[in-house]
Design a binder for this molecule. Structure first.
Ligand SMILES: [Zn+2]
Length: 345
């Protein structure tokens, strides 16, 4: 079980980067993986602070999370041999830093600049270009430094998307329970509870989070980090990714123009909660309160794309038993499901 050693959340916590770096036993070198924008937002600050302490710092600016970017960063790690890799940015930058550092057996520190999904704290990452469209095990961050002042400056849409990714744990945990019951799959109550509690926390605090204040963001960050820890404890993404994520991954494959990960997972949760026979209306109301998408049109996708994604969803990750294995998801069934939950008209 790999767990983060330090989790620092709050206003101005970026200033603790060098102290954390030293407390973790590093003193010589670091590689900063960031994006063009996030370099300005947080990357530069981290580089300057480390250099002030005479740390050798190298940077890689990545554009997207593709296999090619991972290879570039891995080459840089081999050449530069840093003691630690910093992933500074939104989901994609952190994913690239996480996978490349794990492949090269170098520890990784997560410095998120958005709260758009649980990858900021999880041991899994997703990268385009591998044969699997979903997340794979990489490594848990050694430390997470989430500066709320920086994250609050990002468009609100990202945090709202993060809420969708947390609400998704309601059905993910149900799917896990189901797999345990039907397939005797390993099930960990502690990891499941952590994920379920995170979803509950977001549901109860939807109004607060919507305000986009420090207080609300803290709640969301705690929930996202708990989800990451739940995956570390379970040793897989099981507590946090079920049928609703399979719908989102399928939509990535079928839709011409897709929405944010958490937004899609939120809509997927409405439909999968319906299939599980749990309170899908609460899920929908929570997303509405947050002003998150709850329909195809709000996601910016077509009715056909939603139906196609639902039909495709069970094949995205066939080894993962979910509620999708218990229904016959043909286009007729898919259309009915989406209509019944108001995802399509
Ligand atoms: Zn997710």
């Amino acid at each position: 079980m790999q767990l983060p050693r330090e989790v620092i959340v709050g206003e101005g916590t970026i200033d603790t980067v060098t102290d954390v770096f030293q407390r973790l036993g590093f003193s010589e070198s670091a590689l900063v993986v960031t994006g063009q924008k996030t370099m300005e937002v947080a990357g530069k600050t981290v580089v300057e602070m480390l250099e002030d302490r005479r740390v050798r710092v190298n940077c890689v600016v990545v554009k997207s999370s593709t296999v090619n970017e991972v290879r570039t960063v891995e080459a840089k790690i081999r050449e530069f041999r840093p003691q630690v890799v910093f992933g500074i940015g939104g989901g994609t930058k952190i994913d690239v830093a996480k996978i490349s550092s794990a492949n090269q057996l170098v520890p990784f520190i997560s410095v998120p600049t958005t709260a758009s999904h649980d990858g900021i704290a999880s041991p899994v990452a997703s990268v385009k270009g591998y044969e699997k469209p979903y997340s794979v095990m990489a490594q848990a961050p050694l430390a997470i430094i989430a500066d709320t002042e920086i994250i609050l400056k990002a468009p609100k849409r990202f945090s709202i998307s993060g809420c969708g990714d947390v609400v998704a744990k309601l059905t993910a945990v149900r799917d896990w329970e189901l797999a345990h019951k039907v397939r005797k799959e390993y099930y960990g109550e502690y990891a499941a509870s952590l994920a379920r509690m995170s979803a509950q926390l977001v549901i109860e605090n939807a109004e607060l989070i919507k305000e986009n204040t420090e207080e609300g963001l803290r709640v969301l960050l705690e929930a996202l980090i708990s989800c990451g820890v739940a995956m570390s404890i379970a040793g897989s993404s099981r507590p946090c990714s079920g049928s609703e994520h399979m719908f989102s991954h399928a939509l990535d494959l079928t839709a011409l123009r897709h929405a944010l990960h958490g937004e899609q997972c939120g809509v997927g949760t409405i439909m999968m909660a319906f299939l599980h026979g749990i309170n899908w209306k609460t899920v929908k109301q929570t997303l509405e309160t947050l002003e998150a998408p709850t329909s195809a049109s709000e996601l910016g996708v077509t009715v056909e794309e939603v139906v196609e994604a639902l039909v495709k969803a069970p094949t995205v990750r066939p080894e993962r038993y979910t509620i999708l294995n218990e229904v016959n998801m043909d286009s007729h069934f898919a259309e009915k499901l989406a209509k019944n939950t108001g995802v399509i008209e």
